[in-house]
Structures are given as structure tokens and as C-alpha cells.
Design a protein around this ligand. Structure first.
Ligand SMILES: Cc1cc2nc3c(=O)[nH]c(=O)nc-3n(C[C@H](O)[C@H](O)[C@H](O)COP(=O)(O)OP(=O)(O)OC[C@H]3O[C@@H](n4cnc5c(N)ncnc54)[C@H](O)[C@@H]3O)c2cc1C
Length: 453
């Protein structure tokens, strides 16, 4: 049922990273009273670089991590600045800042800060406040609107606060909790083992023989960086069928080797690969991705994370039995993040105000089942459930709230940069051949909307 009168709700957003900021802004625009609880001292989420990793378990096996950001020091954006911005706040070059098309992680952090300042979001945020429990207050009592208890702790004083909200938006990210492979001998291998979550720079690995496990973005980028200081870098990949960019790097560096998966680790430092080849290594660095993890969330067992499928979630956002008072933003991967987070925030805000309504519980569950079945039929493993990888989904999602489709130039520049990445792994951030498309894009109204800043 869609309500005639707009309702204002007390909403708690957990996390002041990109998705939490986007959601908080939309909720406030819709007239809700918003409190954002953020465990760190500043906004930015992953983009708030944290060099202090010494106290973290190198494999990140604790449910409560000490470090949130997995960004390493040299990291530059994977996508060009013109496509990653919010739909009404382009990521423009600013005076005395990093002007590059694929800027540093610091520049993106500063952009997020600019966004916060421009839209005056900081006053909604309680910093240094870690949420350690969220659960329904009156679950199962019929005729009563569901409310949520949120318990948090202030970082220094450890003082605990309990608050009650009409709705909770979880925006806690999913690039912190390491996903680790199961390898024979991993628990008894005595040399250095770490996950890319705590990798910051190549300095600690001079002259070492390093095995990198995982041939995705981080595995490749960290390999490139380590080649400069390590004696040998051995990249262990699920598939030896590699694309042009990586193959160029391997042929240029005689200390860079490609291997299949690891079969066994032995106590003497041996690493035995599945093709029988063996090396003695100093360090194993797992670039094996991250797991979704919500250690604070009590949904009475209704929300589960099963092999990295968070479910059941309607449109990757709503748990049907607790919607819309509980929602999750930022779950999808392989999307243009900020515009998508905006449309998620808008939809949640309008559902809470009563302007829009979700389908029935049965219809949502049926849609989820059909979605899972379609993945199965397409042979897509459960752990890839939230990988979108298509613009059409984002456009369709936006239709729920009349959110504009992604501009054609955004899509085109995204595709050309991805292609360039696959062909020119080492240089794609500094040399490209889509200048004509770029110039055309820069003439669009999007880039002149904030000309005065
Ligand atoms: C190495 C690396 C490279 C990347 N490169 C790119 C790139 O080039 N382009 C791109 O678009 N994306 C990239 N990403 C993805 C990046 O995570 C997203 O861009 C974005 O940060 C996701 O935003 P988020 O707000 O959903 O999550 P996050 O940025 O993770 O923010 C979550 C926030 O929630 C807070 N939080 C968590 N738990 C609690 C709690 N219990 N209580 C209170 N606060 C809490 C955290 O402190 C954090 O501030 C990269 C990620 C990594 C790890």
C-alpha cells in the first residue's frame, strides 16, 4: 500500500563509506531523521587509508577486524574519474590536487570529503562509534511496527549506547573480511602468510621469494609492485589461460612466474603446485578476495551468508521478512558504485516514507528464487551471486524510483577503460585511446553543473 501522507522515520545508517553517505543523503532529502554511526574517525570507508596494520591478524581471521580499509598505499582508481562520481557531483580536477584521470586513492577520499561538505552531511555522522549489535525490538508482535535496537561503543571511552530506530540501513562494505582458500598444510607452514587486506607496500619484502595466490585485480597489481623489490614473484592462478596485459608483463620480467593452484604447503617452506612443480618461498600473499560479514546483525537467522551469497535479498537490498525497515546498501559488485548507491538510497527512502511500496513477501521470495535459478542455469557459482557486471541491471533498478539511466558516455568510457586494462595492464592508467569519447563526454551538461567550485 502506498501512503497518501509522507512519513518521516528515525533511521540509522551504519557506515560512512561511499554507500552510507549516498544513502544518508537520500534519506535526509526525503525528510527522514538520519543518524550515521561510523566506527572510524572520518568518512570514506575503504578510501580512508590506514597504514597501521600491525595489530591485525595477517590473515584477518577474527570476526571483528581492527582494520577496515584494505587499500594499499600506491593504489590508484581502476576506472577514470569522469565515470565514478555521484550523478550530481562530478569528480572534477581541483586546484593543487591530483589531476590525473585515474587518480590516487587519496584524491578519491578527498572527493568524498568534498561531497560531504558540499551537501553538509557531516552533522548526521557520529564518528568513532562502532556498532556491535543490531536486532529487532518487537519481532513477531503483530499489529506493531517493527523497531530496531542499535548498540554501539565509543572508541576511546568504550561507553556503550543503546538507541531505538524505526529503520536501519546497513552500509558496512565488503572488502575487509579476507576470504581464504583451504590449502593442505596452510596451518602448519611456518613462514610469512598474509592476506592483501593487510598489504600496504612492497618495502617489507626485499629479496624475497613471494607467492601471490589469486590472479584478480589485487593479485596482479601487487605482483607488479613486488617485482621491483622481490627476488621472485610467483603468481598462482586458478586458470593459466591469461589475457594479453598479464602475458606482456610475464614476458618482460624474468623473475615473474605463473603457476596453477597450490596443492600443498610443507613445513620446510616448500610450496607444491598442482602440476607438481615446487618452490621454496619466504612469503605467501593471499589476494583471494573478501567475504561478506555482518558480525553485529541479529536477524533471528533470517539473513544468512552462504558461500558469499547474502540472502535472501530482494534486488540485493531487502530481506523480504524484515523489509523495508532493514535494508543493505552496497552489496552488489562489478557496478559503477556511486550512482547505484544513490538509487538504492532513494528507493529505501521512498519506501520508508510510504511514497513507494514493495511487492508482497511471496512475490519478493519468488523473484529471489527465480534469480537464483537463473544463476544456476547459467552455471554461475553461488559466491558470484552479487556480481552484476551489466549496466542494464542498474538502469532497471533505478526505474523503481525514476532514477535516471546511466549516461551513454559513462557506459562507453567504462568499457574502453576495462578493455585497456586487459590489454595494457601496466600502462592503462596513464595512456589510453578513447580521447574522442572523453572530449565528447566532457561537453555534456553533467560536467558543467558545478562549474563554480
Ligand atoms: C584494494 C581495493 C581497490 C578498490 N578499487 C576500487 C576502484 O578503483 N573503484 C571503485 O569504484 N571501487 C573500488 N573498490 C571498492 C570499494 O570498496 C568501494 O569503492 C566502496 O568503498 C564501497 O563503499 P561502501 O560504503 O559500501 O563500503 P566501505 O567503503 O567499506 O565503507 C563501509 C564503512 O562502514 C564502516 N563500518 C563497518 N562496520 C562498522 C560497524 N560495525 N560500526 C560502524 N561502522 C562500521 C567502515 O568503517 C566504513 O567506513 C576497491 C576496494 C579495494 C579493497
Amino acid at each position: 500500500m502506498v501512503s497518501e501522507t509522507k512519513q518521516s522515520k528515525n533511521v540509522c545508517v551504519i557506515g560512512a563509506g561511499p554507500s552510507g553517505l549516498a544513502a544518508a543523503r537520500e534519506l535526509r532529502r526525503e525528510g527522514h531523521k538520519v543518524v550515521v554511526l561510523e566506527q572510524k574517525h572520518d568518512i570514506g570507508g575503504q578510501w580512508l587509508y590506514d597504514p597501521n596494520v600491525e595489530e591485525e591478524d595477517p590473515l584477518g581471521r577474527n570476526p571483528w577486524l581492527k582494520v577496515h580499509s584494505s587499500i594499499y598505499e600506491s593504489l590508484r582508481l581502476m576506472s577514470p574519474r569522469e565515470i565514478v562520481g555521484f550523478t550530481d557531483f562530478p569528480f572534477l580536477v581541483r586546484k593543487d590536487r591530483d589531476p590525473r584521470r585515474f587518480p590516487s586513492n587519496r584524491e578519491y577520499f578527498l572527493y568524498l570529503k568534498d561531497f560531504c561538505e558540499w551537501f553538509k552531511l557531516r552533522d548526521m555522522i557520529n564518528f568513532n562509534t562502532r556498532v556491535h549489535y543490531v536486532g529487532p525490538l518487537n519481532f513477531g508482535i503483530s499489529g506493531v511496527d517493527l523497531k530496531w535496537i542499535v548498540r554501539s561503543k565509543e572508541a576511546k571511552s568504550e561507553e556503550e549506547t543503546e538507541q531505538v530506530f524505526d529503520a536501519v540501513v546497513v552500509a558496512t562494505g565488503h572488502y575487509s573480511k579476507p576470504r581464504l582458500p583451504c590449502i593442505k598444510g596452510m596451518d602448519t607452514w611456518r613462514r610469512k602468510q598474509l592476506h592483501s587486506h593487510v598489504y600496504r607496500s612492497p618495502e617489507p619484502f626485499p629479496g624475497e621469494i613471494v607467492v601471490i595466490v589469486g590472479n584478480s585485480f589485487s593479485g596482479q597489481e601487487i605482483s607488479l609492485e613486488l617485482l621491483k623489490v622481490a627476488k621472485e614473484v610467483h603468481l598462482s592462478s586458478k586458470s593459466l589461460d591469461i589475457y594479453e596485459g598479464l602475458s606482456k608483463v610475464i614476458s618482460k620480467n624474468d623473475n615473474f612466474y605463473l603457476h596453477p593452484e597450490i596443492d600443498t604447503l610443507q613445513e620446510d617452506g616448500s610450496v607444491i603446485f598442482t602440476d607438481g612443480s615446487t618452490i621454496i618461498a619466504d612469503t605467501i600473499l593471499y589476494c583471494t578476495g573478501y567475504n561478506y560479514s555482518f558480525p553485529f546483525l541479529d536477524t533471528k537467522g533470517m539473513l544468512t551468508v552462504d558461500d558469499n551469497r547474502v540472502g535472501p535479498l530482494y534486488e540485493h537490498t531487502f530481506l523480504p521478512s524484515l523489509a523495508p525497515s532493514l535494508s543493505l546498501v552496497g552489496i552488489p559488485k562489478k557496478i559503477l558504485g556511486l550512482p547505484f548507491f544513490e538509487s538504492q538510497g532513494k528507493w529505501i527512502a521512498q519506501l520508508l516514507s510510504g511514497k513507494k511500496a514493495l511487492p508482497s513477501y511471496e512475490e519478493m521470495m519468488q523473484s529471489i528464487e527465480e534469480f537464483y535459478r537463473s544463476k544456476e542455469v547459467a552455471g554461475i557459482a553461488k559466491r558470484h551471486t552479487h556480481e552484476i557486471g551489466e549496466f542494464e541491471y542498474c538502469d532497471k533498478y533505478g526505474e523503481n524510483v525514476g532514477f535516471p539511466k546511466l549516461e551513454e558516455w559513462r557506459k562507453e568510457l567504462c568499457i574502453t577503460s576495462v578493455v585497456n586494462y586487459y590489454v595494457n595492464l601496466e600502462t592503462f592508467r596513464d595512456s589510453w585511446d578513447d580521447d574522442d569519447k572523453l572530449q565528447e563526454a566532457l561537453r555534456s551538461p553533467y560536467f558543467i553543473q558545478l562549474d563554480h567550485i
